[in-house]
Each structure stands twice: as C-alpha cells, then as structure tokens.
Design a protein around this ligand. Sequence first.
Ligand code: WT7
Length: 672
Amino acid sequence: MVVPGSQHIEDKMYNPPAELQRDAHVPDFNSYLALYRKSLENPEGFWKEVADEFFWKKPATGPMLQYNFDMTKGNIYVKCMEGAKTNMCYNVLDRNVKERNLGEQVAYYWEGNSPDHHMAITYRQLLSQVCRCANVLKQMGVKKGDRVSIYLPMIPELVYTMLACARIGAVHSIVFAGFSSDSLCERIMDAQSRILVTADGVYRGEKLINLKQITDEALEKCREKASSTVTKCLVVKHHALRAKGGAACNKLQTPWDSECDVWWDEAMRDAPEECEPEWLDAEDPLFILYTSGSTGKPKGVLHTVAGYLLYTSLTFKYVFDHHHDDVYWCTADIGWITGHSYITYGPLANGATSVLFEGIPVHPHVGRFWEIIEKYKVTKFYTAPTAIRLLMKYGREPLQKYDLSSLRILGTVGEPINPEAWHWYYDVVGRGKCPVVDTFWQTETVNVLLCFVLANGKHLATFPFFGVEPTILNEHGEELEGEAEGYLVFRRPWPGIMRTVYRNQERFENTYFRKFPGFYVTGDGCRRDKDGYYWITGRIDDMLNVSGHLMSTAEVEAALTEHSAVAEAAVVSRPHKVKGECLYCFVTLKDHREFTHTLVEELKRLVREKIGPIATPDFIQNAPALPKTRSGKIMRRILRQVARNEKDLGDLSTLADPKVVEILFSQRCEAA
Ligand code: WT7
C-alpha cells in the first residue's frame, strides 16, 4: 500500500544519528557486508565464534550446520553442533548470574494490566523462581522430553514456566491465552501434553477472562475426543491475588477438581531453590509452537536447543543493537513466536533488561504505551504495524504528555508496514531521531531473516541477516537475478530454522520444500530492487494476516461450515485500516435456510469460539453460489475482487458460470 505523497521515502537512503552509529555493533554498511560475507563464506567459523559465548557441557563433534534441503535426495533435515551438550536455561540465567555477574540486574520490569500493579525481577530472583518451578514440575512427574502445555497471560509465571521446562528438558507448548477452548484442546491433543499450566483469570483491559473455566472446557473436550493425556493442571492464583483491592475483590468462580488441579502458590511454597539443569543434546527439542497451516489444522512447529540459542541471541544483539544500558520493550505476547524469541530467550541470552507488559495499548487510557516508555526509560521499542495504526487514530496529543526522549531504536514486525504508519512511527514516536528496524520472519524461521540494516539502508526495505541466503524464484522455479519479483525462498539453513512439524515430518517437507526442491519456501512474495534491497509484498498462498497474526482461510472456512445452515464457505481478505487485513466471508446456505442478521451473528460467534476473537469475521456475505472453475475449484481471486469492489476482472475463461459473479457484486457488503 503506497500512500500518495509518501513514495519519496521509498528510495531515500537513511543514516542513523551519529551517536547511535558511533557505538553500533555494525557501524556502517561496509561492516555489515563484511560480516554478512563471512557468515556465508565461512559459516563454520562464523557460528563457532557465536557459540563460544555460551556454555557447553560437552563440545560438538559434528560441524556447526549439516543439512539436506533437496527432497529428491532424501529426507529434509537440519542439524546444528551435533554431539554437543548444553542447557538453554543455564545459558540464559545461570551464566548471567554466575559467570557474568548480572545477578542484581533487572531482567524484567513487569507492568500489569492496571498501572498499580508492577514489579522488578532481577536475574537472581528469576533463576530462583525458575528452579522452584522446575522442581514443582518434576514432582508432578514431568521428565525430559515430556510436553507441557502453557495457557497463561503475560505474567512472570509464564516466563518461569517456560524456562523451567527448558531447564529440565521438557518441551513447552505455549498456547496464546486469547485462544478458545477448542483451539487449546486441539493443541493439547496434538502435543500429547502431560501437564497444563494456567491461571485463574486475567483482566485484559476492562474485560475479565475466566481462564480456568476455558481450560476446563478444553480438557473436557479432549476427554470427549480421546482419553486426555493431561494428568495435572497447575493453576496460578493471578486474579485472586493481584486483582484491584486484593483477594477481597475476587470476582471469579474458579472451577476446581481436586484430583487434577494444583494451586501454583501452594506447590511453589516448599519447592527447593536449587535444580540441576538437565544436559541436553544440541538437537533435543526445546519447544513446539502451533501456527496456522493452509489445510486448516495448525502445525506444531518444532525448534531445538543449540541452533535456537545461537540464532536468537545473535539476532537480538544485532537487530536491536543491544547495549548493556538499554531498557528494551517488545509489546508482543509470549504466546506468539515474537514473544518466545524477543521477550524471553533473545533478551535473556544477552543479559538484557526488558519490560514485560500484561495489558493492552488503550487501557486505562490511550497513552498507556507512551506512559510505560517514560516510566522505564525504554530505549528500544518493538511493536507491530497494527498497534501503530491503532494508536495513530488518537493523534499526537496522547504522546505529547510523555517524555519519549529515551528512545533510540524502533522495531516493527508481523506484516508489511504501510508508509503512512511508518511515517507516524518515525516522525511522531521517534521524533525523526530513531531508525525504524523492519524485521521480516516467521514462526518457522524463529528469528529475523531480513531486516532493515541499521547502519545505512532504505526505509521499508531490507537486507538479509547473517547466515541467511535469500533468493527469488519465478513460478517455474528459476532463479531471478537483479531487479525481480517472485517467490521468496532460502537456499540454505541458518541455526534457528524449524526442524520439523511435530509428529508430521511429511507435512513439514510438503509445506516448505516440495514446491521448489533445494529451497525453503516462505509463502511470501518479494521484490528485489536495483540496489539489491528486498521488499516483502505479502503472502502468495491462502494465508491471511490479520493484525499481524497469520491464519489460514481453510481454518475459518471449516469453522463456518460447522454451522448447520451453511453448505459451503470461502474466505478472503479485504484491506482494513487498523488490522491491515480483515476477513471477508462468503457463505452458501443449504436449501430453505434464510440469510438473516441473527445467522450472521451466530456465524461470527462460531468462528470466535472455534478459533478465537482475533479471527472474528468483519464481513459475511450471502453467496447463492461461489465462482468455480469447470473442475470445481473455487476462484478466490474473483472473491477477493468482489470483497474489494474491483470490477476489472481480467480473464474469466476458466469460470464455469459467469452469472455468479454479477450476483455476488450486487449483494456485496459495504460496511461491517
Ligand atoms: C508471516 C509470518 C514474525 C513473527 C510474527 C509473525 C508476515 C512478518 C513481516 C514484515 C512483511 C511480514 C509474512 C510472514 N510478516 N513480518 N516485517 N514485513 N511481512 O509470525 O505468524 O509465523 O507470520 O507474517 O507474511 O510469512 P507468523
């Protein structure tokens, strides 16, 4: 999306302020190029140097990276530092406390939904809480390799639990606490988790959410579908202890099953503060994180210990140009990959001080983000275009009340940032003094792949991070040189790339490697300009990006067709001022069923229940029939054009019944 009058920023070169450049890890473009070349020409040496910063119980016997990206030559695999033994939790906590003398440094400033709730947690305190939690999990029978599902809001206990898992070699599977009980159930069943960790309830803005009730519904659904693998549910007393006015104001009824449920505070009370880390193989799993798949069933993206440690720590250091006096704040939720990599593991591996924020940008007032930046003197701020667009609506006034002069670098992630939002971020939030680092990556790639190069770059365009080798292919899989547009793919792995889809290697290979043998296929389109900069143009598959969250059309369609009145459904995206894209759904009803306002509301509710509030459709249109090819394939291109009211339809020769299109245009929804 290019806003008139803003094209000029596209090609303008950008130099950061001199004082930022002076101390930067990569001070200028030539030093970036030199390091980048080294990372490709001598990956062994490059990654060894990174690994040397960390603690290895046993050194590697194999090379830094081994792989096969070509399906025609055998199974796809990536291995990093085979033979090495280490522990993630030891490296991000014990190493900082014991070897780097950072015990008294603040790891997190936790800021609650209400500004009255906040606390500072030092590295030493974090280590002791994590060890106690690790001992609690062990007491509950959790062993190396077991999966632990975590359904928690943005509270310190979420960080304690994930690191406790990492400490004892359990595999965490965090489910964003805004997901529905159906989504939670599906993820618990796929991961076959033994333990579920949740909280009684949480305020999100003004809204009180009974997490324990949703959890119980999810467990009940698991039991209905199969025998549930979950034996214990550990429940953080968050709402009851931290609610405004304390326990007396507890407004929740917490359902309780004394066979299964255990209160967190009771279990933690007597747990010892020492816990020897489990020494894991470099390629042992660290976590599973579910992401949408084009078939509608979420994929359990699996990441492993050593490669994730190397890549997360390095990207954090360089992308945010981390220095020891920084206060860093990433506004994502840990339930998404951004939070895993850039709230927990990346910052901690670097001994950073971060803000951990439970709330939302507009509660109790629309200046909350700016208030928090002033309060903690945040220097590096990382958020999503959708948040910027939301806050833009309130103008400059809410910012002017606060001192934002501590800010040095602004980051963005999740979707292409439109020039209008970029300008506002740069001019208003950063007062023209802070570079905007645009970071492109995916759940699968775990960390930044392409990023704005701090030293000297173009606005809105990026260069590859160290160790990654992007290229652009056309439909026939031919590599395009120079200025070009096509499929964004990667020719070789980097340490942090996903290893497989949990319990489904076949799906892993088919999704990312079948289309173009020898390459990892991102699913995104991309343009390379005459100067070699990469511009992400957006998804080129059936995925949608709503407020920076990726979802598949298939999963929303599956939810809609569960309604007894719906015969068929097709979902496309339509541009949205704040969300970037929103869902526009076409439903064909069964005979004799009527398209009413009540039905529309029922369908919206169904999607919320099946997937979660983020997937709520903005538009639902009655479609007496869907445009199909003669072979019966839905022509989504046409539906997208109906949703956007674009009448220039181009070639319709493959369409079976052209009358359908006219009817759809005549009945399209104008407003939500
Ligand atoms: C998809 C991945 C990155 C972590 C959060 C989302 C889109 C992400 C950018 C960006 C343009 C972006 C891509 C990608 N995307 N960042 N900076 N510019 N597009 O993780 O849910 O796995 O989504 O988000 O389409 O493939 P995810």
